[in-house]
Ligand binder design. Structure first.
Ligand code: KIV
Ligand code: ZN
Length: 392
């Protein structure tokens, strides 16, 4: 069966950047965008131009700087927003306008004090209007995760009639279970006329820690675009982490999907985004956390040293994680961290890396001393190993 391409829509510079404290200056945005292009993302959401003159200017500058990657910007379903978005995209080689409105009962009643009829009309008109400026129009049904499926089907029907090319179904509040989210997508694919004329997109927030699982379920049920951010930054608990999606699609062959992403850039771009946004990546974060490739317990270290596949499903080099001081050491870039839980094989390995080939007898002498050191300190470093050796 032919592999399906999953389009990677990166919204680090929009959903990610809108997080308080994550603001980026124009130069930083350009550097990140150029790296996202090298990484191989298909679409970059560059900003929300009506929100500020700075955001408007950034979209212009990013448009000038990107050659291959499609560039998109966000609007509400308002004429003024759409006009400003179109102006900001005037230098883009491949522009897309991303317009939309809330469709859940809560949004319609509380946010807009409106009715379903009026929302359907606003959605239709927004897409129709945006279409005058740009061919490629993505429509977002905000809070689709909590929107009644029959009403959502009517919304999709309207925006397809108005000329939408992509329909985004955000789980804005991160409320859905994977099964629930997937069923919604399946329902739309089975019940909306001409749904095959558009690409369905996922946009999942992580309020219940389900963003990645929901996006993958969306793909299993027929969505073909995933919206995500580097390091999962985004509103509240964040957005879907790009690196997780890409590695799941790469590793799980049974999903029969591929992306255009160069996975060797995942770790470097994570570092770059973290540096510029000031959002520290938690150490145990999947794929790009500092501990993702470090092994500390004796049992794991022993297994790793015999064969890295015992405890690693991803080679560090696959995601561009280079932890080795020895630049010639190609394969195993994982780190063997020495703690009080480490065993003899880890100790032998680390001494060997320092240039000491120690016999069993010597290791037997050193090991209890090492454990005493390790009980006092959290981690044992090269200097400690040398000290231990010189003191016996
Ligand atoms: O989470 C959301 O619903 C969004 C939309 C504006 C696309 O970010
Ligand atoms: Zn969002």
């Amino acid at each position: 069966m032919q592999q399906k391409q999953i389009i990677i829509f990166d919204t680090t510079l929009r959903d990610g950047e809108q997080v308080p404290g994550c603001q980026l200056n124009e130069q930083e945005k350009i550097i990140i965008a150029k790296n996202l292009e090298l990484l191989g993302v298909d679409i970059i959401e560059a900003g929300f131009p009506i929100s500020s003159p700075g955001d408007f200017k950034s979209v212009i500058e990013l448009s000038k700087n990107l050659s291959k990657t499609r560039i998109c910007c966000l609007t509400r379903a308002k004429k003024k927003d759409i006009e400003i978005a179109a102006q900001s995209l005037r230098y883009a080689k491949h522009p897309r306008i991303h317009t939309g409105i809330g469709t859940s009962e809560s949004h319609i009643k509380n946010k807009f004090q409106s009715t379903e009829e009026k929302i359907l009309n606003i959605a239709y008109e927004a897409v129709k209007y945006a279409k005058q400026f740009v061919e490629d129009i993505e429509f977002y049904a905000e809070d689709a995760g909590r929107t009644d499926k029959l009403f959502l089907a009517k919304v999709c029907d309207q925006v397809i009639k108005a000329g939408a090319t992509v329909i985004n179904l955000p789980d804005t509040t991160g409320y859905c279970l994977p099964e629930e989210y997937g069923k919604k997508i399946k329902f739309l694919l089975e019940n909306v006329t001409n749904i095959d004329q558009v690409t369905l997109s996922t946009h999942c927030h992580n309020d219940l820690g389900l963003a990645t699982a929901n996006s993958i379920e969306g793909i299993k049920q027929g969505a073909r675009q995933i919206e995500c951010t580097v390091n999962g930054i985004g509103e509240r608990a964040g957005n879907t982490p790009l690196e997780e999606i890409v590695m799941i699609l790469k590793k799980k062959k049974e999903l029969n999907c591929f992306t255009n992403i160069n996975t060797k850039m995942l770790y470097p771009i994570s570092k770059l985004v973290s540096k510029y946004t000031g959002m520290v990546v938690q150490k145990n974060k999947a794929i790009i956390g500092n501990n993702a490739f470090s092994h500390s317990s004796g049992i794991h270290q022993d297994g790793m040293l015999k064969n890295s596949e015992t405890y690693e499903i991803i080679k560090p080099t696959e995601v561009g994680y280079n932890n080795s001081e020895d630049q010639n050491e190609e394969e195993n870039k994982s780190s063997i961290v020495l703690t009080a839980r480490s065993g003899r094989s880890a100790l032998i390995y680390r001494y060997k890396k320092l240039g000491y080939e120690l016999k069993k007898k010597k290791i037997d002498t050193i090991y209890p001393i090492f454990l005493k050191y390790a009980d006092k300190k959290k981690e044992i470093y090269d200097e400690d190993l040398k000290e231990i050796l010189h003191n016996i």
